[in-house]
Ligand binder design. Structure first.
Ligand SMILES: Cc1cc2nc3c(=O)[nH]c(=O)nc-3n(C[C@H](O)[C@H](O)[C@H](O)COP(=O)(O)OP(=O)(O)OC[C@H]3O[C@@H](n4cnc5c(N)ncnc54)[C@H](O)[C@@H]3O)c2cc1C
Length: 354
């Protein structure tokens, strides 16, 4: 019997973990290398699956891809449940988009127009007609837009399930940095401070980090930092995910059934992975003004991450050098949503090469 093909996956964020899983399912031997799996941008993500609310003008193709990715999450979740006994729950309840003041309401109206033009179902909703939708939101907000199709998953749960599935499937995990990668006719080499791994093919799922030495790439990624704060003690989970414009800034609240809330939406063009006090203060102020009930909740933690952003804002899968290394990055603000689809595409591409 011939040896299984061997792939090394560098980077264990949501993209690397899902890719390792797909390869292992396809009977490849898989080595995954990351000094701290799932502690990159994936750690900070709110877990929104929000093709509708994340739409930008001109991004209709992206909308269609994200919708496909949400459908792929259902399939992947079912597969994971069959393998490890539980799969991440896909919660689809839509998004409620509101504005804090008159100019924020104008921004929300503009967004609704763009979304409708892209065939997103958008309903104008009033508090007086549907008070439940506005539960916990300050009374000064009296109307908004309900966007269909959006939802959320718990990324911590998704990552934990993927790690468990990978372990069951025999994926070898090495906690280390890859410093250099090389390729030749025979295969690829990944080198760290105290190891060398040889494989047939390699995938660089390194998020917003610089590529290791040894390869040159056409694409460039830059980091856009974001933070999410986590609170416990307010339950809006039976209502749609809340999105808002607050004095021109964006804000979101993802509410889970156990009272765990994730708030966020900061976007800073900074490469430093840290929490800046002013950034945190603005997020907290927006949160308290929009959802006054957060005042009495328990503060759990604030997480930070660097979103990987390409030149044209689109994700990419690039074949490097001799065609044995593949670089998959640029997932920007959609990486959790896109992971099931991106991983399928990565494995399909590498399988074609082999
Ligand atoms: C605040 C915030 C909120 C977000 N919210 C959402 C959301 O609600 N929904 C959504 O879909 N997306 C969201 N995103 C975006 C999403 O988190 C990212 O697009 C996604 O996590 C990117 O995944 P990744 O695996 O490419 O990168 P990462 O998660 O950053 O993982 C890259 C991994 O590669 C490893 N690595 C890098 N270089 C090397 C090397 N040389 N050797 C070994 N390992 C290496 C790193 O250690 C890291 O673990 C959010 C992002 C942020 C920051």
């Amino acid at each position: 019997m011939s040896e299984p093909r061997h792939v090394v996956v560098v980077g264990g964020g949501i993209i690397g973990l899902a890719t390792a899983y797909r390869f292992a399912r396809a009977a490849w031997r898989v080595t995954l290398i990351d000094p701290a799996p799932a502690r990159g941008a994936t750690w900070a993500a709110a877990g929104m699956l929000a093709p509708s609310a994340e739409l930008l003008p001109g991004e209709e193709a992206n909308l269609a891809r994200q919708r496909r990715a949400v459908a792929e999450w259902r399939t992947l979740s079912g597969e994971l449940a069959a393998l490890v006994g539980r799969g991440p729950t896909i919660n689809i309840g839509g998004t409620l988009l509101v504005g804090w003041d008159a100019s924020d309401r104008a921004l929300a109206a503009q967004f609704a127009q763009v979304a409708r033009a892209a065939n997103v179902e958008v309903d104008f909703v009033r508090r007086e007609d549907q008070p439940d939708l506005f539960a916990e939101i300050t009374p000064r907000v009296v109307d908004g837009y309900l966007l269909e199709g959006d939802g959320w998953i718990d990324p911590d749960d998704a990552v934990a399930t993927l790690l468990e599935a990978n372990q069951l499937l025999g994926v070898e995990v090495m906690t280390a940095w890859v410093r250099r990668v090389e390729s030749g006719a025979e295969g690829v080499v990944a080198t760290g401070d105290s190891f060398t791994v040889h494989a047939d093919y390699g995938v660089l799922a390194t998020g917003a980090q610089q590529l290791p030495e040894g390869v040159t790439a056409r694409h460039v990624v830059r980091p856009i930092r974001g933070i999410t704060s986590r609170l416990r003690g307010l339950d809006r989970s039976r209502q749609p995910t809340l999105r808002a414009y607050v004095r021109g800034r964006t804000f979101y609240l993802v509410s889970r059934p156990d009272g765990y809330c994730v708030i966020g939406a900061t976007a800073e063009e900074r490469p430093e992975a840290r929490v800046e006090f002013g950034e945190l203060a603005r997020l907290m102020r927006d949160a308290l003004e929009l959802v006054p009930g957060l005042d009495g909740t328990e503060y759990v933690e604030t997480r930070y991450g660097l979103r990987p952003v390409s030149e044209d804002l689109d994700p990419f899968i690039e074949l490097l050098d001799e065609g044995r290394w593949v670089w998959a990055s640029g997932q920007y603000r959609h990486g959790v949503t896109m992971a099931p689809l991106a991983s399928l595409e990565i494995v399909a591409l590498v399988s074609e090469l082999s």
